[in-house]
Design a protein around this ligand. Structure first.
Ligand SMILES: Nc1ncnc2c1ncn2[C@@H]1O[C@H](COP(=O)(O)OP(=O)(O)OP(=O)(O)O)[C@@H](O)[C@H]1O
Length: 340
């Protein structure tokens, strides 16, 4: 479930961005007066279209970028002046970032070696981290002798060996095939719960964010468009941008210009309502998706069960009407005149 548990007393990794702006040389504002709060021990996904500032936000936390203005706190400590290794953050890279010539154990111990930790102590900690991800028996192998999922676990152990308060993950699953992605996704969630630290996970994938996050932060042009639980973002979008980005919704402009969102599975093909033309019908496995176009060329979608489509067949080119229940209307900020 995605409901927020009350943070346990030992949970770590509370993050606060206070009016953080990052302006790159050349003028690009990647992060724009960002105010962001992340609770200790929570799983947060930063989501949004390409270029909206997700990676920059993560790099600001890690200390790979410095803010132009603003403060960043981790467990109430201002970390802006601290070097990356002293912030209490760790970054998990994709598995191919493992050093190919080092054993699994030495890969995991690497950052401790860089910090001057003696060999016996760093190997003990590396074994502990490998035990946590159930990879201890592979300690002597080289990365090339592991499966993709095993490499990913080693990458996770390598990030966790410094005992961070927050783990930063930039598209950690994008290199994996869909089957493995599902498995590693479940493991990430389990580790995060067990460790009671915060995970900040950058993703392009709405599905990934909905499946993993306690809190989803949807960014747009360096700002937060909406932050909330996956249910908030998916079922209670506040703007047309959120409804469209999260998917699964139709955005309708009502007479007068106000905008509403209605879920595609709650939009009906009815005898009377908003006129639309059927553009196509696709089998989705669990039912059918009917693609439609509105009078002004807007794109809509209605999800039907097989039984519903059989009872009321539609075909491309057919004129139909769309209807919905009052209870399924989600009013959106802005109006169609504002260009959303
Ligand atoms: N080092 C840099 N110098 C100049 N501009 C940069 C730099 N890094 C990022 N930007 C710009 O800042 C904006 C935000 O980039 P960022 O990488 O944070 O976006 P993103 O949301 O992670 O995108 P993507 O999903 O494509 O990775 C973009 O317009 C990008 O071109």
């Amino acid at each position: 479930m995605t409901t927020l548990r009350p943070a346990a007393p030992k949970a770590r990794g509370a993050i606060e961005f206070a009016a953080v702006t990052k302006r790159f040389a050349g003028g690009a504002v990647a992060v724009d007066a960002l105010d962001l709060r992340i609770r200790a021990g929570s799983y947060v996904c930063l989501l949004g279209p390409s270029g909206c500032g997700k990676t920059t936000t993560l790099r600001l936390l890690a200390g790979h970028e410095l803010p132009t203005t603003g403060d960043i706190l981790l467990d109430n400590v201002d970390i802006v002046g601290l070097p990356p290794a002293r912030r209490g953050t760790a970054m998990m890279f994709q598995s191919y970032a493992l050093f190919p010539h080092l054993s699994v154990l030495d890969n995991v111990a690497f950052s401790l070696r860089m910090r001057g930790v003696a060999k016996a102590a760093r190997h003990a900690k590396a074994h502990e981290a490998l035990r946590l991800v159930e990879m201890e028996t592979y300690a002597a192998r080289l990365p090339a002798q592991l499966s993709g999922g095993q490499q990913q676990r080693v990458a996770l152990a390598r990030a966790l060996v410094t005992n961070p308060a927050t783990l930063l993950l930039d598209e950690p699953l994008s290199a994996l095939d869909p089957f493995l992605r599902g498995r590693v996704r479940a493991e990430l969630k389990r580790f995060q719960r067990e460790l009671e630290i915060s995970f900040v996970h950058v993703t392009h994938s709405q599905d990934e964010a909905l499946a993993l996050a306690d809190q989803v932060v949807l960014m747009r042009a360096g700002r937060i468009e909406q932050q909330g639980t996956p249910e908030d973002l998916f079922d209670r979008p506040r703007t047309a941008f959120v409804a469209r980005f999260m998917g699964g919704h139709n955005v309708f402009a009502l007479p007068g210009g106000s905008l509403i969102a209605v879920r595609c599975d709650r939009t009906r093909i009815a005898a009377a309502g908003l006129p639309a033309t059927v553009a196509g019908v696709e089998y989705t496995g669990t039912g059918f998706a009917v693609a439609l176009s509105g009078a002004a060329g807007e794109e809509f979608s209605v999800l039907l069960t097989e039984a519903a489509l059989r009872a009321q067949p539609v075909e491309p080119g057919q004129s139909v009407a769309l209807a919905w229940d009052e209870a399924d209307i989600r009013p959106l900020a802005g109006s169609s005149a504002a260009g959303h």
